[in-house]
Design a binder for this molecule. Structure first.
Ligand code: GLY
Length: 363
């Protein structure tokens, strides 16, 4: 069964389709603009694994033409590749009323979305996320970007897709490690603002990632994100809550030198955010323990000493956190929690205390 979540942003609003037959359902929605041409941008690895399925999906949508292949990995989010992609769109004669269809994980979606945002001053795009991470987070909400030598996602635009098609068939070939890393973003949504959702995650126990539960959990996470994006599309306030675990997580991810997947770093970062909230007196210790227990139950490591890439240096992590792009006024900005489902923005963390906390955690 395919389920549907609506992102209500007025004339920039759209639907997210979630399930097994999402491609087929997409046809009905794509009928909004029946005569437009599409340029397909697809992750080369996804194309290799799902050539026939993608071909049938494109046929469902009456889309012809060879996909523009995007190489795997974060390095594809570069100015160089963006220029190549834009040239190919020009060579294909894509017009203002045409659109891009992006098939892949967060890298493809971010690059294709940014290309769509600036090509001929902006054209439509459709996201077909193929990883759980992209389904749960990056494909929804309109953040598009490329990386710079100075850091990730430093150049980009808010540009909402016209439709998101999260078809679970793509998850069948996703390695378990990637699936788990994506699941961290689903847990994140519950921990930020929906304690009942976290109860449901705990209740589904070891079966959390079975197809039966995963679809319901993904839908809840997208519904949660939809409400936040609707209230604060351009992140001038509460959308920053979606960064729970990300300030610690980005520091770990960068320090791991490619050993940690983004979602793995975020899982450990969320556990740190809860522990730090306990230390600051904001959050009951039992809630932080529940968070760690659930991550551990599903197989996501949160002990820094056991994390891939360990040992981590507290000093190096704080240095990374000092340069986080979410900081303001020279202060480290953290998302902390008063409890499960009750995250808040701490505008100016005490650096000396943060360093001592991380020294304890990294030993
Ligand atoms: N990934 C966080 C956001 O979309 O705001």
């Amino acid at each position: 069964m395919t389920e549907l979540v609506t992102i209500d942003l007025g004339d920039r609003g759209y639907e997210v389709l979630i399930g097994q037959d999402a491609w087929a359902i997409a046809r009905k929605l794509a009928a909004v603009a029946p005569n437009r041409r599409y340029a397909v941008m697809a992750d080369s690895n996804v194309l290799r694994h799902h050539r026939e399925f993608i071909a049938s999906g494109l046929a469902e949508l009456d889309i012809a033409g060879t996909p523009i292949e995007i190489p795997e990995g974060e390095s594809a989010k570069s100015f160089g590749l963006l220029e190549i992609v834009l040239s190919q769109l020009l060579e294909r004669g894509l017009e203002r009323g045409d659109a891009i269809l992006a098939i892949g994980g967060g890298v493809t979606g971010d690059l294709a979305g940014f290309a769509a945002a600036i090509y001929k001053r902006g054209i439509d795009f459709i996201q077909v996320p193929t990883t759980l991470l992209a389904m749960a987070d990056s494909s929804v909400g309109g953040k598009t970007a490329i990386n710079m030598p100075q850091g990730k996602n430093l150049v980009g635009a808010f540009h909402q897709p016209r439709l998101v098609v999260a078809d679970f068939r793509f998850l069948e070939t996703l390695p378990k490690r990637q699936l788990l890393a994506g699941y961290a973003e689903i847990i994140k949504a519950a921990l930020i603002g929906d304690a009942d959702f976290f109860d449901r995650l705990e209740f589904s126990n070891r079966d959390s990632l079975s197809a039966l539960h995963l679809q319901a959990h993904l839908k809840s996470a997208i519904e949660f994100k939809a409400r936040i994006v609707e209230a604060d599309e351009r992140e001038s306030g509460q959308r920053a809550l979606l960064n729970l675990g990300h300030t610690f997580g980005h520091a770990l991810e960068s320090e791991s030198d490619g050993k940690l997947l983004h979602g793995e770093a975020v899982a450990a970062g969320i556990a740190l955010a809860f522990d730090y909230s306990v230390r600051c007196g904001y959050c009951p210790a039992e809630d932080a323990a529940r968070v760690r227990d659930y991550f551990s139950l599903v197989g996501l490591e949160t002990q820094l000493a056991l994390l891939l890439g360990a040992p981590y240096s507290a000093e190096a992590m704080v240095e990374r956190m000092r340069h986080d792009k979410k900081n303001a006024g020279g202060k480290i900005r953290l998302i902390l929690a008063r409890g499960i489902g009750d995250a808040f923005i701490e505008g100016a963390a005490d650096e000396a205390d943060l360093l001592n906390f991380l020294k304890d955690k990294t030993q």
